[in-house]
Design a binder for this molecule. Sequence first.
Ligand code: GUN
Length: 282
Amino acid sequence: MSAEIIDGKKISADIRQEVAADVRKMQEEHGLTPGLAVVLVGEDPASQVYVSNKEKACKEVGFNSFKYELSAETSEEELLAMVDELNGRDDVHGILVQLPLPDQIDAEKVLLRIDPDKDVDGFHPMNVGRLAVGAPVFVSCTPAGVVELLKRSGTELEGANAVIVGRSNIVGKPVALLLLDENCTVTICHSRTRDLAAVCREADVLVAAVGVPEMVKGDWIKEGAAIIDVGINRTDDGLVGDVEYDAASEKAAAITPVPGGVGPMTIAMLMKNTLKAAELTL
Ligand code: GUN
C-alpha cells in the first residue's frame, strides 16, 4: 500500500481562501478589516524571510499588515513600549513578535506583555492555560496546523491512539492537548521513553516533532496509520523530516511530505487566529 500524501500547500491555500472570504464578509457587514502587527528585532535572515512571508499572506487575505523592523540594539524597555502601544491600538487585532530576540531582551517578559486577546501566536501563558483546561482561544500556529491537517485529510480521531514523539512547549505538548480535546488516547514520548519503537507501533496517529533526521523508522509504523512529520532537518541529502518517509509511506494510510506538509500550515493558522482576534472585538 502506498500512503495518501497530505498536501499541506493545498490545504494551507484552501484555508487562506476561506479566511479571505470571511474578511470580505466582515468588511461588508461590520466595516472592519483585521490588522496584524509583526515586530522584527535585528537582522536574522531566516526571521526576515518568515516576516516577509507573513506580510505577503496578510495582503493576500485582505488584512491590514503593520511591519516594524527594529535595530538589533533595541532595548527591552523600547520593545515593551512598542508592545504597549500595539496593545492599545484599535486597528491592530493581532500582535506577533518574531523570535528569537537578541540577548539583551527577555523574550518571556515580552510575550507576557502582549494582550492575551491579541496573542495570535498563542505563546502567552494565559492562552497556554486556556488550552490546558480545554477552552482554547488562540492555539499556537504549528500545533493547530498539525490537527487541521489530520482533520482535513479525513483521519478518524475519536478514540484513536495518538503518539507524539517530542515534548517541546512549542509543538509536542500543545499537540497532545489538542488531540486529547479530539478524544484521542494520547501518549507523549521523549528521550527517556523505553522502547520507543513499540510505543510507535501502537499509533493510529503519529506526530513526530523531535528535530532528528529520520529518527522514526518505517518498521515502527502501524499499518494504516496517519503520520504528521513536523521535523525539517537540513542534511547533505537536502531537507528531511523526522520520519523515514519512503519506508513509512509503504505502511501508512496518509503521510505529510517534508517540505510541503506542516510548514505551509503555520501561516494559514496565523491568518485564522488573526481573523478570530478581529471577530472577538465585534
Ligand atoms: N520564530 C519561528 N517561528 C515562529 C513563530 O511561529 N512565531 C514567532 N513569534 N516567532 C517564530
